[in-house]
Design a protein around this ligand. Structure first.
Ligand SMILES: Cc1cc2nc3c(=O)[nH]c(=O)nc-3n(C[C@H](O)[C@H](O)[C@H](O)COP(=O)(O)OP(=O)(O)OC[C@H]3O[C@@H](n4cnc5c(N)ncnc54)[C@H](O)[C@@H]3O)c2cc1C
Length: 404
């Protein structure tokens, strides 16, 4: 039984919860505790992502994603330099392989410019080859600001700063009940409990559930989309210098399978975006009746299904057929072969779906009395973490009665 009453309890030890705690501690609020369900930090989205520092190319100008990605990217580069975290601003190439992708490439370039990217360069087919000799495309966009990092390592540093500043982190504490008593919120995990005056929900794949535990209607449903990776065998690493992406389908929030050089070495291909039937559905066979029935009972799920069934079936097919996955990659690098790919890991994205069937595009943060709920923090939230953490901490400082 905890005696202490914390000023702020943060649910979720992923990069968003940690960045928020770090921002609070840095602004003098150190009566903060981060509660993480797993036995380690960054166990879900944060620890299973592509490790890309996104530039800000894809997002609607003025959106929370665009503003926080651009500010967060620069803050992250600075943080990595100051803290000695391995990273590289290696740049990336977006490749158009068909004439009908040129308009979407033009639109990306315009968005990137509107979001303040200074390092954009349009390339023709010959220039593409100078940049990435094994790529075959008709046009492309070089994005200088993109980079790579290990977000697990970034989180380790955030955690060090939180604890050095007087904040606490508690692992193996899955918040299962939230009770409001007077000015206190009692967060229960089995028979253990933590008391706090205010709460920030950064529970990623469970953020809608945690909101409901707090008596808040989230107004959306988290849908898990698994992203599966393959590793390129070492003998074929030479096919990829840095990061090679297709032109994304603007109707869909995911970027399409791509090649990513990892900061720790190696090259990965993926991730696809397959509807998962479990919030922690890391395997193709993962299924949870509770999770699946929750989506099935949500009206927006069926509206989304009607809109995207063809694309969804294509992703399932590509998930089960390595050949189909390789065919998608061959559009970028025709030389890549099935035998060049070994199974890699997978990550599961928490994507918020609205009741009208729209996949929420922007970050979604709900402010309620003594609480802040982060209900949609998909990519580029890892890139944006320092900025989004400051933004959430700013809401907490404004709304909560904090002594600092
Ligand atoms: C496949 C994939 C690739 C991606 N690639 C990139 C990329 O290259 N660049 C980029 O910027 N972004 C990328 N993203 C997005 C990025 O990883 C996420 O936006 C970011 O990690 C979200 O962080 P989070 O803290 O909100 O969620 P999470 O990292 O999922 O953390 C939430 C935490 O809350 C905990 N939790 C849940 N419920 C409870 C509870 N009841 N009690 C206590 N704890 C609880 C969970 O255990 C978890 O650790 C990618 C995501 C995926 C899945």
């Amino acid at each position: 039984m905890g005696e202490r009453i914390y000023d702020v309890g943060i649910i979720g030890g992923g990069i968003v919860g940690l960045a928020t705690a770090m921002a609070l501690v840095n602004s003098g609020v150190n009566s903060v505790i981060v509660l993480e369900a797993e036995d380690r930090l960054a166990a879900h989205q944060t620890g299973n992502n592509s490790g890309v520092i996104h530039s800000g190319l894809y997002y609607k100008p003025g959106s929370l994603k665009a503003l926080n990605c651009v500010a967060g990217r620069e803050a992250l580069y600075r943080f990595c330099r100051e803290q000695g975290i391995a990273h590289e601003a290696c740049g990336k190439l977006v490749v158009a392989t068909r004439q009908d992708e040129i308009a979407a490439l033009d639109a990306l370039e315009k968005k990137g410019m509107a979001n303040g990217l200074k390092g954009l360069r349009r390339l023709n087919a010959a220039e593409l080859k100078e940049c990435e000799p094994h790529v075959a495309g008709i046009a492309g966009l070089w994005v200088k600001e993109t980079g790579i990092v290990d977000y697990g390592k970034v989180c380790e540093k955030y955690a060090e700063i939180i604890t050095a500043g007087g904040g606490e982190i508690r692992l193996n504490f899955r918040v299962m009940r939230v009770k409001k008593t007077g000015q206190e919120l009692v967060l229960r995990s089995g028979r253990d409990e933590v008391r706090c005056r205010n709460l920030v929900n950064c529970a990623g794949l469970h953020s809608d559930r945690v909101a409901r535990l707090c008596g808040i209607k989230p107004g959306l449903q988290i849908i898990p989309f698994r992203g599966e990776y393959y590793k390129i065998i070492p003998e074929r690493h030479g096919l990829v210098r840095n990061l090679i992406y297709p032109v994304p389908d603007p109707r869909f929030p995911f970027l399409g399978v791509h090649f990513t050089r990892m900061i720790a070495g190696g090259v990965e291909a993926g991730p696809n975006a397959v509807l998962a039937f479990k919030r922690h559905g890391y395997k193709k066979t993962s299924f949870s009746l509770r999770d699946a029935s929750q989506f099935a009972l949500y009206p927006g799920f069926w509206i989304m299904g009607c809109k995207f069934w063809k694309m969804g079936l294509g992703e399932f097919y590509r998930s089960f057929s390595k050949k189909a996955f390789v065919r998608a990659l061959q559009r970028l690098i025709p030389e890549i072969r099935v035998e060049d790919l070994q199974p890699g890991g997978a990550g599961v994205r928490a994507q918020a779906l609205e009741a009208n069937g729209f996949l929420a595009d922007d970050f979604r943060i709900k402010e309620t009395e003594r609480m802040v709920h982060v209900l949609n923090a998909p990519s580029p939230a890892a890139t944006a973490s320092i900025s989004i953490g400051r933004h959430i901490a700013g809401i907490a400082l404004k709304n909560f009665d904090l002594k600092h």
